[in-house]
Design a protein around this ligand. Structure first.
Ligand code: ATP
Length: 359
């Protein structure tokens, strides 16, 4: 999606069957992924799943064993990093410590042989864009971590790259700054319209930033979908457990649409590869907010913890020796008290039904 003002052009980006091994470790096991022009893709997964390797392969900083990388439909697999039109921001400490913000932002332009007047103009424009024009003459050590990352972002965008790659750019910052900068990055990305890949292991960050999330595990793509798809219709067991909180009930399948959970009742569900045939027992995965809780002296669940979270309340209940989490609106707070019996009822659907785990 071109912006028509010479800013980001928004190109498609494609990884096709990319493999990369380190000795016997398969960091990328044939990764295929395509981002639409201007799309914000978040690569999410546990430590060691291959996110950084994927990003570095895109940038040309990492040799790949096989597969191809396309930017704007062009095969760049064999192009070195310096010939790819890519801006990058790393976790931290990526600014040159002996240069001011302005010189840091100018750096890439200087390397590209852009005239002093033009690069000064563009560096000012970029610092303005990230709200740091007042800090133009400061050195990295004179700025907060959040400000440094904004300078790093300005520096990455100054060269007007076709693609922006961000590798855990917020993880070194404290919670408040992180949330704030997250919003700024999202807004900036929309304004500039640049195709962006953002690596994180933080699911909340992924859900709030992404147009689509690529959930990775063991060098493989588990699912590539919108935050809603990934959260509400996880393709695999791994995605269901990795993104968001989940309760695992043991129950039975009434038919191809309805599961039955003891002490709760019927739950609608959606078939997936993991679903066993109806009739037998199964594990039924339910989000904490997909149930309602009711005070009930005959209820089969015991309230063992209540945590007030502001607009929501998190209630821990137990049945036998298994515990479950229910999230309710705060207005329902008075219906539950610690040690009381309650019953649960389906409000939404189960997100996944799978065979019972082997013991
Ligand atoms: P993290 O969130 O911890 O950064 P990640 O998902 O980014 O993890 P990668 O850094 O891509 O994961 O690593 C994928 C796998 O490849 C891991 O098992 C890692 O140990 C291995 N690996 C990465 N780089 C190297 C290297 N230079 N030499 C050997 N093994 C490596």
């Amino acid at each position: 999606v071109g912006q028509g003002d010479g800013k980001g052009q928004g190109v498609s980006v494609r990884l096709s069957n990319v493999k990369r091994a380190y000795g016997s470790v398969l960091a990328l096991a044939g990764l295929s992924l395509e981002a639409e022009p201007g799309e914000f893709v978040v690569m999410l997964g546990p430590s060691g799943c291959g996110k950084t390797t994927a990003l570095r392969a895109l940038a040309g900083l990492e040799p790949i064993d096989s597969g191809s990388v396309y930017v704007g439909g062009k095969d760049v697999t064999r192009l070195p990093a310096s010939k790819r039109s890519i801006g990058m921001v790393f976790q931290s400490y990526s600014l040159f410590p002996n240069m001011t913000s302005l010189s840091n932002v100018e750096f890439g332009l200087k390397v590209r042989g852009i005239s002093a007047t033009e690069r000064r103009r563009r560096a000012h424009e970029m610092l303005e864009m990230v709200g740091l024009i007042e800090q133009a003459d400061r050195y990295p050590h004179q700025m907060s971590g959040g400000q440094q990352q904004r300078v790093a972002l300005a520096r990455a965008l100054a060269i007007k790259p076709e693609v922006l790659l961000l590798d855990e750019p917020l993880s070194a910052l404290d919670a408040k700054v992180r949330a704030n900068l997250r919003e700024q990055i999202k807004q900036l990305q929309r304004e500039v319209g640049i195709t962006t890949f953002f690596v994180t292991h933080d699911q909340e960050e992924a859900l709030s930033l992404a147009d689509r999330i690529a959930v990775m595990n063991n060098g493989n793509l588990e699912q590539f979908g919108t935050p809603t798809e990934v959260y509400s219709a996880p393709a695999t067991d791994f995605v269901a457990s990795f993104v968001g909180n989940v309760n695992v009930f043991e129950g039975t399948l009434l038919d191809k649409e309805t599961a039955v959970v003891p002490g709760v009742g019927n739950f609608p569900y959606r078939q997936s590869e993991e679903t066993p045939t109806p009739g037998g027992s199964a594990e039924i995965l339910v989000r904490p907010e997909a149930m309602t809780i009711r005070a009930d002296s005959d209820g089969e669940y015991l309230v063992t913890d209540v945590t007030f979270l502001g607009s929501n309340v998190k209630i821990k209940v137990e049945r036998g020796d298994t515990s479950f989490i229910v999230i309710q609106g705060s207005s329902d707070l008075d219906i539950v008290s610690l040690g009381s019996k309650v019953s649960l009822e389906a409000k939404g659907s189960a997100i996944l039904v799978r065979r019972k785990a082997h013991l």
